[in-house]
Design a protein around this ligand. Structure first.
Ligand SMILES: Nc1ncnc2c1ncn2[C@@H]1O[C@H](COP(=O)(O)OP(=O)(O)OP(=O)(O)O)[C@@H](O)[C@H]1O
Ligand SMILES: [Mg+2]
Length: 206
């Protein structure tokens, strides 16, 4: 595959969606086809599963059900959107991907890393992001931003302890995969965050 797969990660309100537009325009200005997508979601079927996971009124949903629904959405997303785009040399820009499963279902919900790894192996079939930007932010600041914006989902309503485990798990993923990850201090102002993301892009896109 000859395209470039970029993922944007970080906790609630870290600024992923805010930065996505800058990244899209910067890449498009370089004449590349850019496919902007998100997880869970990114296809009709995957968005239905997203809605079930994030907004469904199912407090009984077990952590493993949540994990499997997210990976079901991901399987469809990879096969229908991500892999075909990379095969035609596009740049795929994805708002959250499998590192989020390690952070939320692994760190947050406490599911064993091996269970996530097993699903990753089956669903990815060798695919990995080339570049992952982690927007790192203290939990309270992220919640303040996310709540200021409105439209809460199930994860924004989790405890601060849960969201702290999410942050810690993200940072430990970044330490485990230093070649792929860049950690950015998302508490800086928007332009400063964008400047650091642009520096990462300049290293990967001529
Ligand atoms: N650097 C920043 N400084 C201050 N506020 C910011 C910054 N970046 C984004 N915001 C604001 O914080 C709120 C959350 O940002 P955004 O929706 O981009 O976060 P997100 O990472 O996509 O969150 P979620 O995980 O919930 O999708 C928005 O109101 C946005 O305008
Ligand atoms: Mg967002």
């Amino acid at each position: 595959m000859s395209g470039l797969f970029i993922t944007l990660e970080g906790g609630e309100g870290a600024g992923k969606s805010t930065q996505l537009d800058h990244i899209r325009s910067w890449l498009a200005a370089r004449g590349r086809e850019v496919v902007v997508t998100r997880e869970p979601g990114g296809t009709v079927l995957s968005e239905l599963l997203r809605d079930l996971v994030l907004h469904g009124d199912h407090p009984e949903m077990s952590p493993h059900t949540e994990l499997l629904l997210i990976f079901a959405a991901r399987a469809q997303h990879i096969d229908e959107v991500i892999r075909p785009a990379l095969e035609r040399d596009a740049i795929v820009l994805c708002d959250r991907f499998t590192d989020a499963s390690y952070a939320y279902q692994g760190g947050g919900r406490g599911l064993p890393v091996e269970h996530i790894g097993a699903l990753e192996k089956v669903v990815h079939r060798g695919l990995q992001p080339d570049v992952t930007v982690l927007l790192d932010l203290p939990v309270q600041e992220g919640l303040r931003r996310a709540r200021g914006r409105g439209s809460e989902d199930r994860f924004e309503n989790e405890s601060e302890a849960f969201l702290q485990r999410v942050r810690d798990a993200y940072l430990s993923r970044a330490r485990a995969f230093p070649g792929r990850f860049t950690v950015i201090d998302a508490s800086l102002e928007r332009d400063a965050v964008w400047g650091q993301i642009r520096a990462v892009l300049e290293r990967h896109v001529p």
